[in-house]
Design a protein around this ligand. Structure first.
Ligand code: ADP
Length: 782
């Protein structure tokens, strides 16, 4: 008969399976109990049987060679139905439940069975300890109770086994955790110094445990950095005194390979001795070198950032995007910027908007919001009022910081003071305005050309008006294109002046108007070094057409008058000369004196007219020059001779200082003598009575100079620039005092320059004057 199932069969099976014992190997302890039951009850077979879902499985089976049988055949399946009682079948053949059982009718021919259920503390019968015989039997009461006791022992064994398994599992888990956390473990007897480390502890330091044996607390002491020992000791003391729940300490330990690793140890006292002193301590020990290095690196980065922020010439901030820009972080430099301490902004007792100019607040807000919406950097300039009430211009750059879902978290940015730059900018703007007004409105043409190639760089509207080309056309031209070719040489000379002295002019020349007519102009210019290494010429140009026209009229008038005067004057002067010379007979003395004065003035008038006519011829380009290559010195000597008598009348002596030289020049001798006569007569006129005028001739390598030196009053600074102009006299009373026209030097200059020479003078007021002319020496050989 098949044993029915208990109503708690599922729970019973769950308990059985939790023991994890089915199909395990045989164990001596179970066999021993079965053996004991067999011996005590004097039967040939004893079995520890466990009832699985469909089978009974034997943990121990003495006297029978089997491992399991089907559950349907199992006596034990019946036995477990009554957990509290033993099932005793004295003769199976007489029991309806078993008399047809294959195990009764066949091998092993069971006739007697007694099974004590193996009952858990919760009351589930998992199987039995049973004894079997092949003949019918009866058990004594002692045997029955002993069998029950032994079943209890089996149950104990099973439970112990379960507990052991759980313990082993726990240990395995713990090992896994330690391994996973990369932790070594230690136990230390505080009193004796006995110490236990696990393998991982040694491994972290590059050792295996055997290499370190025998281990004690000294193992730790020798491997730990001596500088760190006091810290460890201090932590330990604090823990012992109860100030720290845990002993926690970070220190350096020497790795087997020689380098230091950083270890974090944590532990606690786990037992005390009878005197209540710490006995055993245990804990863990982990390698935190990497963590330590990255923490140091982080710290260094943070320090670097802080230094950079504090060196930044302005405030660095992180704020909320609200109307008060609530500050989350603000560098201390804000105090320099605003006069207020950073804390005031952070605790929100002050906001940047509070100190921003009210006109600027909405503009700044709008700009920032627009940039944030586009996720762009914003850039604003606005005014703030400092604590000391002064206003400052500040510039701010910032951008939004966004979270994972693109939401704006806060704004990061910089603010710095640009007042100085802003004021400079305004000043520059003002001066630029002034300059550009002058430039655009000036009644003078202003141009700028590249020194290297003459290209126009700029020109003002007055120049455009003057020249007839559009500004655009001008900027595609160079000044040479506007200049008549005959000015090439004098342009070159002026450029050399410019290079030497940084400025040139006043320089008279002509420009060609767009319609082809010539414009007389007067130039003054300076050389400016432009950024980029180029040199620019800036020039002011005066249109002197009108002046020229008037000059022309004046010249025409003077020459017309001179021509008209010359013939009558020649007649008057000739007649007076004849009368005064006495050719026409004696004259009364008083009349003779008057006529002499008239004659002298007629001669002066003739000289003036001659000068004027010379001038006119020169200007009209009609004066012929008889240029010849000839020795220089004789011309000078002749001039000296010719002017001696004139000098005598002033009581002035002429002295020649000439190097023995025989250089030749290409000149018109008569014109050169005219120049010298002018120099000498001026020098004589301005010499003190009984003075001396020296004439120096000096030859250089390529030129020869003649200089006329006097010891008169010299030329005043004020007059210097006009001295070679027509009709120029330092003092208009001069002409009367000393006789003269103011034309002499102007004519001399024109003569000398026509003969390829240069003219000039040196004079210090009160110290006399030196007038000179220089001519290129001509190589006469060949
Ligand atoms: P002028 O016929 O009046 O001498 P110039 O052209 O020769 O005309 O000279 C012009 C002016 O230059 C003179 O009136 C005088 O003021 C000044 N001048 C010329 N030579 C001398 C000199 N040696 N010393 C001082 N002043 C001089």
């Amino acid at each position: 008969m098949k044993a029915p199932l208990s109503i708690h069969e599922d729970e019973r099976l769950a308990h059985l399976h939790r023991l994890d014992i089915l199909d395990t190997r045989r164990e001596q302890s179970f066999d021993d109990i079965a053996q004991l039951a067999m011996t005590l009850c004097e039967v040939p077979i004893a079995v520890v049987s466990l009832i699985d879902r469909d089978r009974q499985w034997f943990k121990s089976c003495i006297g029978l060679d089997a491992e399991e049988t089907p559950r349907d055949l199992a006596f034990c399946a019946h036995a477990i139905l009554t957990p509290d009682d033993l099932l005793v079948v004295e003769d199976a053949l007489l029991d309806d439940r078993f008399n047809d059982n294959a195990l009764v009718l066949g091998d092993p021919y069971i006739r007697f069975y007694a099974g004590a259920p193996l009952v858990t503390s919760a009351g589930y019968a998992l199987g039995t300890l049973c004894i079997i015989d092949r003949v019918p039997r009866k058990l004594s009461a002692l045997q029955l109770s002993t069998l029950k006791l032994l079943a209890g022992q089996v149950m104990q064994l099973l439970q112990l086994r379960e507990a052991n398994l759980a313990l082993a599992q726990e240990r395995e888990n713990l090992d896994d955790v330690l391994k996973g956390a990369n932790l070594g473990t230690w136990r230390w007897n505080v009193q004796t110094g006995e110490t236990v480390f696990n393998a991982r502890w040694a491994e972290m330091l590059g050792y295996n445990l055997a290499e370190l044996a025998p281990v004690s607390i000294n193992t730790w002491l020798t491997l730990t950095h001596p500088d760190d020992l006091p810290i460890a000791q201090e932590q330990l003391d604090k823990h012992f005194r109860g100030e720290l729940t845990f002993y926690e300490c970070q220190y350096r330990m020497k790795h087997k390979l020689g380098h230091w690793i950083v270890v974090f140890a944590r532990g606690r006292v786990v037992s005390f001795n009878t005197e209540n002193k710490p006995l055993w301590m245990s804990g863990t020990h982990g390698d935190v070198t990497e963590l330590h290095t990255s923490r140091i690196r982080l710290q260094e980065n943070e320090e670097r950032l802080q230094t950079m922020i504090s060196n930044f010439p302005g405030a660095v901030y992180r704020c909320e995007n609200d109307s008060r820009w609530t500050m989350l972080y603000l560098s201390a430099a804000v105090q320099q910027l605003t006069g207020y301490r950073a804390e005031k902004f952070i605790d929100d007792s002050l906001s940047m908007t509070d100190i921003t100019h009210s006109d600027d607040v909405p503009v700044v807000y709008e700009k920032v919001q627009q940039a944030l919406a586009r996720k762009e950097t914003f850039h604003v300039i606005y005014r703030i009022q400092r604590l000391d009430t002064s206003w400052r211009w500040v510039e701010e750059v910032g951008r939004g910081v966004y979270g994972e879902n693109d939401e704006l978290k806060y704004i990061d940015g910089f603010i710095w003071d640009i007042t100085v730059a802003e004021e400079a900018r305004t000043a520059i703007q003002l001066s630029e305005q002034k300059l550009s007004t002058l430039y655009n409105q000036a009644p003078v043409a202003i141009i700028s050309n590249n020194f290297a190639d003459g290209r126009f760089i700029e020109c003002n509207p007055e120049f455009v008006r003057m020249i007839g080309y559009s500004a655009d056309e001008i900027l595609h031209m160079d000044y040479m294109a506007l200049t008549p070719p005959e000015y090439a040489q004098s342009d070159k000379n002026e450029l050399q002046n410019l290079l030497r002295s940084g400025r040139y002019g006043p320089y008279e020349k002509q420009y060609i108007h767009r319609d082809g007519h010539l414009i007389p102009i007067l130039l003054n210019g300076v050389l400016i070094n432009a950024p980029g290494g180029e040199q620019h010429i800036w020039a002011f140009i005066q249109d002197i057409t009108e002046r020229k026209r008037i000059e022309q009229m004046k010249n025409e008038f003077v020459s017309a008058v001179s021509h008209e005067l010359r013939t009558p004057l020649t007649a008057i002067s000739g007649s007076l000369g004849l009368i005064v010379s006495g050719v026409l007979g004696d004259l009364p003395l008083n009349m003779k004196n008057m006529l002499a004065i008239a004659n002298k003035n007629a001669q002066r008038l003739t000289l003036l007219i001659n000068d004027l006519l010379d001038m006119e011829k020169l200007l009209a380009g009609k004066m012929a020059f008889d240029m010849r290559v000839q020795p220089f010195l004789p011309i000078i000597e002749q001039s000296l001779e010719a002017n001696k008598a004139y000098a005598d009348t002033f009581g002035v002596s002429l002295v020649l200082h000439a190097q023995p030289t025989n250089v030749s020049v290409n000149v018109d001798a008569q014109r050169l003598q005219q120049v010298l006569a002018n120099f000498i007569s001026n020098a004589v006129k301005f010499s003190p009575a009984n003075g001396q005028v020296e004439i120096h001739v000096v030859a250089h390598e390529q030129r020869v100079d003649v200089a006329v030196v006097d010891h008169g009053p010299g030329v005043s600074d004020e007059f210097r620039t006009r001295i070679f102009q027509k009709f120029a006299q330092a003092d208009s009373s001069d002409s009367r005092q000393r006789g003269g026209t103011g034309l002499g030097l102007a004519i001399s200059k024109a003569f000398v320059e026509r003969m390829q020479g240069t003219i000039g003078f040196e004079s210090e007021p009160g110290q006399g004057a030196t007038f000179f002319a220089r001519f290129p020496i001509v190589n006469t050989i060949g």
